[in-house]
Design a protein around this ligand. Structure first.
Ligand code: FE
Length: 333
């Protein structure tokens, strides 16, 4: 519904209860969220307040308990979504809109978390030193041909734990341990820094390929200094041997104590709409989860791929075991 300013003023004077609001604890950068909030408020008249919570989201919600002002949590990575769910501070949300807009592999079968954007964990390959077709599967990253040629961030980072969890979901523990040892043996240097630091290392000639999330390519292209790093690599979409590229999400969950439940649900559903999905696609170089919503032109230029058909819930279920294997092989040392 759209109001003119005059009718809105009239309505809010007559019915103060219309001044709905939603409170969000966000792990995502405020500048990523603001364009969405502005569009939502313009469309619905609902005010959205955001607190940027960098660390300790689950602990904070637990400590606040029923007194928490938060209605929704926005965060990246399935692991962080599961952390707040395991902390017991989230309630399920049953919504036909969310179920229709978000494919099953990107939401919780129990309706506790919903993916809003997707990112692929891909290979950045040196334009100079990696031949077309040389990068094939995730499994192949453990093969001898990559000896001394791979850079990656810490194996303990959520993004790599999720990738290892997916390997585990596709194979078994013995295979995964061998794979981790193989990749570790192929590293050009000890894991250090973030995904973009690995691309910088390719640019500097330290390694030939790096594992990283897709949206970092967009961020590097948009950055004065990092543009040269981006220009030195191709984006390659590996697949698992069984097919499909590893995906992760950013997502949303509703707190158990949500004081503004109705408005919060309205916002959640709106985030899965065409309008919101389009804004997500353009501002953070991520893949819309809603089928049919266009990717940004830059993202589309990296090419097409088939996402892993395995549900993220099934991948996440392997997390603890994957983490143990990463520790067992002492991946970072
Ligand atoms: Fe990231």
């Amino acid at each position: 519904m759209r109001f003119t300013l005059a009718t809105l003023a009239l309505l809010t004077t007559a019915l103060p209860a219309l001044a709905d609001e939603v409170n969000i604890y966000s792990h995502r950068q405020p500048e990523l969220i603001q364009p969405l909030i502005d569009a939502f408020t313009a469309e619905t008249g609902i005010t959205v307040n955001v607190a940027f919570v960098d660390k300790g989201m689950a602990e904070r919600l637990q400590a606040e308990g029923d007194r928490s002002p938060a209605d929704l949590v926005l965060t990246v990575d399935i692991a962080r979504l599961l952390q707040i769910i395991e902390a017991g501070v989230i309630q399920p949300v049953h919504s036909e809109v969310l179920t229709a807009n978000i494919p099953a592999e990107y939401r919780d079968p129990q309706d506790q978390w919903f993916g809003l954007t997707a990112r692929a964990r891909i290979v950045y390959a040196s334009k100079e030193r990696v031949q077309p077709g040389e990068v094939t599967t995730y499994e192949d990253l453990a093969s001898d041909k990559w000896k001394g040629r791979i850079c990656t961030r810490s194996g303990m980072h959520d993004y790599n734990v999720a990738l290892t969890s997916a390997i585990l979901a596709h194979h078994d523990a013995a295979y995964t341990e061998g794979w981790l040892n193989g990749v570790k043996a192929n590293l050009a240097r000890k894991p250090d820094g973030g995904d973009r630091d690995q691309v910088k290392a390719i640019w500097a000639g330290e390694c030939d390929i790096a594992v990283g999330n897709t949206y970092y390519m967009g961020e590097m292209v948009a950055d004065g200094e990092q543009k040269a790093w981006a220009d030195s690599v191709n984006v390659v979409f590996p697949e698992f041997e069984a097919g499909g590229t590893h995906m992760n999400i950013s997502g949303v969950a509703m707190t158990k104590s949500a004081p503004n439940k109705d408005a919060a649900l309205t916002f959640m559903e709106w985030l899965s709409s065409d309008a919101a999905q389009k804004i997500y696609a353009e501002t953070n170089y991520e893949y819309p989860v809603k089928p049919g919503v266009a990717q940004s032109a830059l993202v589309a230029s990296w090419g097409t791929f088939t996402p892993d058909a395995l549900g993220l819930a099934d991948v996440a279920a392997k997390r603890a075991e994957a983490l143990k294997l990463i520790e067992t092989v002492d991946f970072d040392n």
